[in-house]
Design a protein around this ligand. Structure first.
Ligand SMILES: Nc1ncnc2c1ncn2[C@@H]1O[C@H](COP(=O)(O)OP(=O)(O)O)[C@@H](O)[C@H]1O
Ligand SMILES: [Mg+2]
Length: 309
């Protein structure tokens, strides 16, 4: 008997990012290995055409790609830049989503998590524990915050990898730093310093489940792997896992990296990263994170296709 095979059309997935990004490459290889067609889209080359609603980005060979060419777009890079550049890139994502393209993580999640203030405010207002935080544009208010909070952690609102984060304990040093930030027209994002024993936890949540976690130990209080901390596998207690899952739920994240710090026995959500890397975590885990994430992405696209058909 002749066997009848029905070939499924390949899924076309765009990844916002460049081949230089190691996670972009990992994800592209894994998705391709699972049978998808993957196109990398450079986030700095997004080009929008109006009134054509569909043509939005140049493909690898420079020819325009339309959203009809894609089943989904996975955001793996949203580089920093001027206010105009960052807002434009986020608004392209909103537009594509409005036009019906599935975006993972969705445009709103990316917008919420590029801005540390917005993330912490959403989490705090939903009742999750975050460090006492004072955010202001005003030098006098910033100096007052130092009086109020004592030792403060000063963070760039748009930042990652621990870059540019400093601990300030002396009002004279605060004065020097705050005047310099004022010259650059920066926002003051100031947090109480929570003694953390030089360690914290990174939990990776995919589709509402913690799929992996690590404890990061540093030489200093700043525990980013990029700052030289070491990672070890960590199985979170229920309270900590629930906090990460709640974070993902409140932010409506497909997947998210959640930093949790324990100070004086109390857990705090320090950060939610909407474009989290996983190479540090992968180095201490057996399960294949890129594989889990890719399966999740393909599953979500299928659900979306079924919903729309
Ligand atoms: N309020 C705080 N008190 C003590 N340590 C902190 C505080 N905020 C951040 N840290 C430390 O600094 C690291 C980087 O902070 P985070 O807000 O996650 O910024 P980034 O986006 O650069 O990773 C955290 O992982 C933690 O080790
Ligand atoms: Mg962090």
């Amino acid at each position: 008997m002749k066997s009848l095979t029905i070939s499924q059309p390949k899924m076309n997935i765009g990844i916002l990012g460049t081949a230089q990004g190691s996670h972009v490459k990992m994800l592209a290889d894994t998705l391709t290995g699972m049978g998808a067609e993957v196109t990398l889209i450079n986030p700095k080359k997004l080009t929008s055409y109006l009134p054509q609603p569909t043509t939005c980005f140049p493909g690898q060979d420079g020819s325009p790609l339309t959203i009809e060419n894609l089943d989904a777009l996975v955001v793996r890079s949203l580089p920093g830049g001027s206010l105009e550049q960052v807002i434009y890139r986020v608004n392209v994502l909103h537009r594509l989503e409005n036009l019906g393209l599935k975006i993972i993580n969705n445009a709103s999640l990316i917008e919420k998590t590029v801005d540390k203030f917005y993330t912490s405010a959403l989490l705090s207002d939903a009742g999750l524990p975050v460090p006492k935080t004072i955010v202001t544009e005003h030098y006098d208010q910033a100096m007052k915050a130092v009086e109020q909070l004592g030792a403060v952690v000063v963070k760039p609102v748009f930042g990652s990898l621990g870059k540019g984060i400093v601990l300030v304990e002396d009002p004279d040093i605060a004065h020097r730093i705050f005047r310099a930030l004022e010259m650059g027209r920066y926002i003051y994002y100031l947090q109480e310093f929570l003694p953390n024993g030089n360690e914290d936890y990174r939990l990776f949540v995919v589709g509402g489940q913690v799929i992996g976690a690590m404890r990061r130990r540093g030489e200093t209080w700043k525990t980013n792997i990029a700052c030289g901390s070491t990672a070890e596998h960590y199985i979170p207690e229920k309270e900590i896992a629930d906090l990460a899952i709640e974070t993902a739920r409140i932010l409506k994240a497909d997947y998210v990296g959640v930093d949790i710090l324990i100070s004086n026995g109390n857990p705090y959500v320090i950060e939610a990263n909407g474009i989290p890397g996983w190479s540090g975590l992968q180095s201490v885990m057996d399960s294949d994170i890129s594989g889990i994430l890719s399966e999740y992405i393909l599953g979500e696209i299928k659900k979306d296709v079924n919903r729309n058909s």
